[in-house]
Design a protein around this ligand. Structure first.
Ligand code: AMP
Ligand code: FE
Ligand code: FE
Ligand code: ZN
Length: 278
């Protein structure tokens, strides 16, 4: 059987619902050869995922999904194998996490006028995880207002909602340069996700490639099929590597671990390029 690798997963260190160790256990049980942990804006889960993977005999690649924006559009950037002590990147990430914290607090304050939820419930889930709207969604679900995260997003957490507050995001081209300077490989996440009004455009891709983008996540459960032929052509034109991954969030999303995967060749190539390959 050919070895399969999932390059995009989230744990309880950000907005996933399973721990880094539980992801490793699930990865081994479904027969993945390895996986990357890519929590939002944090490396906190690496150690646990790494040690559990080693015990189970599967491979592990440390990663992260960085909150960035380009032309005022939210853009998620996957970073693999970065040196975790890299100062420039850490200063930027610290700002992202602090902004996320304050922004979540303000959204909860606004929501609390109309919903019976409070800040204490949100942070009781862990003070040091990267906060996001999914945690607010969970509080609304827990309080009985909505059936799941998806419904909470559709009803009150979307960007045009009166309860919505924006959060700081690093300029994508700056983030790509920082990831490279930190010895990492940068991959554009879900470039045609269905929740976007249009896929990433040619001029944005050109700017990302100039900054050092290595790959693009064309094989992702949320990429919209009708946008894919154009993007695949652009990726080839720019000489980008193509990755596949599930964007697993445990019970927080429909995406299943290993639903989309990357080849052993892609996995080995990334590992050969980065500062922290395991
Ligand atoms: P935030 O990080 O606060 O901007 O929230 C965005 C995160 O929410 C993404 O990383 C997704 O994992 C998650 N998300 C976005 N839309 C949905 C949805 N419809 N259902 C579940 N999770 C979602
Ligand atoms: Fe997420
Ligand atoms: Fe994302
Ligand atoms: Zn993700």
């Amino acid at each position: 059987m050919t070895a399969r690798y999932d390059l995009h997963t989230h744990s309880t260190r950000s907005d996933g619902t399973t721990t880094p160790a539980e992801i490793a256990i699930e990865a081994a049980s479904i027969g993945l050869a390895g996986f990357a942990l890519t929590d939002h804006d944090t490396v906190e889960g690496w150690h646990e995922a790494r040690s559990t993977s080693a015990k189970l005999g599967i491979e592990f690649l440390p990663g992260m999904e960085v909150t960035t924006k380009h032309d005022y559009r939210s853009t998620h950037l996957l970073a693999y194998g970065i040196e975790p002590d890299s100062r420039e990147l850490n200063v930027a990430l610290e700002r992202v996490r602090e902004s996320r914290h304050g922004r979540a607090r303000e959204m909860v304050r606004r929501l609390a006028a109309d919903f019976d939820i409070d800040w204490q419930t949100i942070i009781s889930g862990g003070e040091d995880r990267t906060l996001g709207r999914p945690h607010i969604a969970d509080a609304l679900v827990e309080a009985g207002y909505y059936a799941d995260r998806g419904q909470a997003f559709t009803e009150v957490l979307h960007p045009r909602s009166p309860y919505y507050v924006p959060t700081y995001a690093i300029e994508t081209v700056d983030a790509i340069r920082m990831v490279r300077a930190a010895g990492g490989v940068a991959v554009l996440a879900h470039p045609a996700a269905g929740r976007m009004t249009r896929p990433v455009d040619h001029s944005a891709l050109a700017a990302f490639v100039s900054a050092g983008l290595w790959g693009i996540e064309l094989n992702h459960p949320e990429n919209r099929a009708e946008w894919m032929p154009g993007l695949a052509e652009a990726a080839t034109g720019f000489g980008l590597h193509v990755t596949g991954a599930s964007d697993y969030h445990g019970a927080g999303k429909a995406n299943r671990l290993g639903e989309c995967t990357s080849s052993q060749e892609t996995w080995e190539t990334i590992r050969s390029l980065v500062a922290v390959p395991r």
